[in-house]
Every structure is written in structure tokens, then in C-alpha cells.
Design a protein around this ligand. Structure first.
Ligand code: B12
Length: 312
């Protein structure tokens, strides 16, 4: 399988396959790090990892290969109007809908990657995706622990599928990008110092994204200047030399009006606002329900409150 890129009219994907014979080795990579005390013991982080396991799925017991797919996903910007000014805010890949449906992905894999009819596929929801991408040669780790794919930088979404089709096995040594050998830019920009020299694995318990993706108050040790995106964090990716080209493709959402911004900051939600934000921010999670809207209020407040006077 040497042609690893697939593009449709408006999307770019890259993929690689691995034999399921490596599932044991893949799991051992994670278990070894756990035993060596290299993974943060933070409760929320551990809860994300708890349901992950490299194993053949029950409903596809004769799976032979795993296909890992990277879909290029742009950084987006949006202007929030407040107090007569525009405040530009980043919406990183991962936090808005690109419109890529499960059906589109399945069809892409069956028709463009497997091609021969009659094979089954099953989404691998419980695997560590970056490790799969790195060990299949699809991508390489950056010092910031993210996966970089040629032509996409780190701006991508990973997916994986099991199949009963035997595809070429691309098992590869795990490597860090050459770029990172002498570079420490991501370390110097990380607002919470979670990228260190001592441990290649980031200290996930300190990563801003761990806190701003979910409800609740921010811990006090996260300073007001740490916040930089509507959700997640862009600091370790934005200034990365390996992202220089792909950052140029940054897109823009429709502006959020003065009236809408004020409602978000006050936490007053109505159907009209939910509808409008869901459309403008392309289904950004906290615009999806009353339960998650307070996350938007908190995150936008952290970004704008130091800059605007809410009493006006
Ligand atoms: C848990 C999780 C988080 C946690 C923990 C992050 C983390 N680094 O583990 C939190 C909430 C903090 C988080 C944040 C983010 N996440 Co997240 N997250 C995940 C999730 C669910 C699991 C990740 C995981 O397995 N972690 C466990 C660790 C141990 O795995 P690892 O980081 O790959 O570590 C390996 C390397 O360190 C390597 N290693 C160890 N030593 C050495 C030494 C050398 C030299 C080398 C080369 C390698 C190496 O071995 C480790 C294990 O094999 C995945 C989805 C999935 N199902 O995989 C998304 C995922 C990793 N997240 C993603 C994204 C986009 C993000 C954010 C950028 C979002 C944002 N804008 O804020 C940040 C980035 C933070 C960062 N710098 O890593 C994308 C990554 C895309 C990419 N380009 O890599 C994923 C794959 C989701 C997706 N479907 O696309 N995330």
C-alpha cells in the first residue's frame, strides 16, 4: 500500500495499516509506561485511559488489520463582539464539527482503501490513536506529544478501523520528528509547563485542555494568562515550526454579535442563541445543550473578562 493519501473534493486524508499481530506489543507500550510511573495519576486523565485497550473487537473476531486515518482539520478563528470591539478567539481542531460523518469515513475506507468488496470494518474506539499512527509510520511524535503527519502538521483528527481484510503491515519504530531534536519552542510556550525534558510523556494532569474541556472551576494554579482558545489549548502547536505551513490555512467562523456575546458571558441561554451559536461555531460542544453551555460561559469569560468591562 504505497499510495497513502486519499482526497475528496474538499478533504485530505492519509492512512496506513497495521497487522493485528502487534496488538500485544502496542498494549505493552502503554503498560510499561504505567509501571514506570510515567503517566500522570490525575483522576480525570486516568478515567480517559481506563476504557482503552488494544484488543480485537468482539463483533469482528477475525479482524486481521487495523487502518489508522488522519483527516486534516483546520484551526478556526471567530470574532466575539463586546463593548464595541472585536475579540478574536481560536477554536482548535477537535472542538467543532467538520461535517465528516461516520458514514463518509466508512465509505472512504471500504471504497477507497480496502476497495475489494465483501470485507467488514469496525471502528476501533478503544485504542490509543497517536501510538497507532506512530507505529504504522503514518505520523511521528512531536516533543509536545502530538502526532504530526506530512502535509498536515499536527492539525488533524485520527480515526482507526479494524477490518477482516489482510492489508500490508507497516509496523515501524516509534520516532520523534527531526524538527524537535534541537527545538524547545512548544516547551517554552506551554502555559502550564506540562512538557518536560525528563519525561517524554506530557504531564497530562497539568494540561490546560484537561480542565477547560469539562465543567467546573479552574484550579487556582492555572493563571489568567494561560487561557488562549475557546476550548483546549493551541500554545504548543501554534508556534511549532512543523506547523508553519498548515497554520496558513486557518479558517474563520461568522462573527458572534454584541448581543450574543453578552448573553454567553451572563450565562443566559435561549433557543435562539443555541441555534445561532450551534450554526456559527459548527456544533462546538457547549452550544449543544443546556448542560454544557456553562463551559462556554466560563471559557469565554476567562478569555474576555480581563479585557472588557462587563458592567457597561
Ligand atoms: C486522553 C487524551 C487527552 C488528554 C491527555 C493528552 C495526552 N497527551 O495523553 C488531554 C485532555 C490532556 C488531551 C489534550 C489534547 N488532545 Co487529546 N486525546 C486523548 C485521547 C483520548 C487518548 C490519548 C492517549 O492515549 N494518551 C496516553 C499517552 C500515554 O499516549 P501518548 O500521548 O500517545 O504517549 C506516547 C508517547 O509519549 C510515546 N513515548 C513515550 N516515550 C517516548 C519517547 C520518544 C522519543 C518517542 C518518540 C515517543 C515516546 O509512548 C506513549 C505511549 O505509547 C486521544 C484519543 C485516542 N483515542 O487516542 C485524544 C487525542 C490524542 N487528542 C487530540 C488532541 C487534538 C488534543 C489537543 C491538541 C486538544 C487541544 N487543542 O487542546 C490536546 C493536546 C495535549 C498534548 N500536547 O498532548 C488528538 C491528537 C491529534 C494529534 N495531532 O496528535 C487525539 C488523537 C484525538 C483524535 N481523535 O484525533 N487529550
Amino acid at each position: 500500500m504505497d499510495s497513502m493519501g486519499v482526497s475528496s473534493t474538499d478533504r485530505v486524508y492519509k492512512f496506513r495499516a497495521l497487522s493485528v499481530d502487534h496488538l500485544g506489543e502496542l498494549q505493552e507500550c502503554i503498560d510499561e509506561l504505567k509501571r514506570a510511573g510515567k503517566l500522570s495519576s490525575h483522576r480525570i486523565y486516568r478515567s480517559y485511559l481506563r476504557n482503552k485497550k488494544f484488543e480485537v473487537p468482539r463483533n469482528l473476531p477475525d479482524a486481521k488489520s487495523l487502518i489508522v486515518v488522519a483527516a486534516f482539520t483546520k484551526l478556526m478563528l471567530v470574532d466575539f463582539h463586546a463593548n464595541g470591539r472585536k475579540h478574536e478567539v481560536m477554536v482548535p481542531p477537535q472542538y467543532y464539527s467538520t461535517g465528516l460523518t461516520e458514514e463518509t469515513l466508512r465509505n472512504l475506507i471500504l471504497e477507497r482503501i480496502i476497495v475489494e468488496p465483501g470485507y467488514k470494518i469496525e471502528e476501533a474506539r478503544r485504542v490509543h490513536l497517536k501510538l497507532l499512527a506512530a507505529r504504522s509510520g503514518l505520523g511521528r511524535y512531536g516533543r509536545n506529544n502530538l502526532c504530526y503527519v506530512e502535509g498536515m502538521g499536527s492539525l488533524l483528527t485520527l480515526f482507526a478501523y479494524f477490518t477482516d481484510c489482510q492489508l500490508e503491515d507497516n509496523w515501524t519504530e516509534m520516532r520523534m520528528m527531526d524538527y524537535c531534536k534541537e527545538c524547545r519552542i512548544c516547551m517554552s510556550y506551554c502555559p502550564t509547563n506540562c512538557i518536560t525534558e525528563e519525561n517524554f510523556v506530557i504531564d497530562a494532569g497539568k494540561c490546560l485542555s484537561l480542565y477547560n474541556e469539562i465543567a467546573g472551576e479552574f484550579p487556582r494554579w492555572i493563571g489568567p494568562k494561560a487561557h488562549n482558545a475557546l476550548m483546549g489549548c493551541m500554545k504548543c502547536q501554534l508556534h511549532c515550526p512543523a506547523n508553519r505551513e498548515v497554520i496558513k490555512q486557518t479558517g474563520r467562523f461568522e462573527d458572534v454579535t454584541e448581543e450574543e456575546t453578552a448573553k454567553i458571558l451572563k450565562g443566559t441561554l435561549d433557543d435562539k442563541l443555541l441555534d445561532s451559536l450551534s450554526r456559527k461555531l459548527r456544533e462546538f460542544d457547549p452550544t449543544q445543550s443546556e448542560d454544557t453551555f456553562p463551559i462556554l460561559t466560563r471559557n469565554l469569560g476567562a478569555l474576555l473578562n480581563p479585557k472588557i468591562d462587563l458592567s457597561k
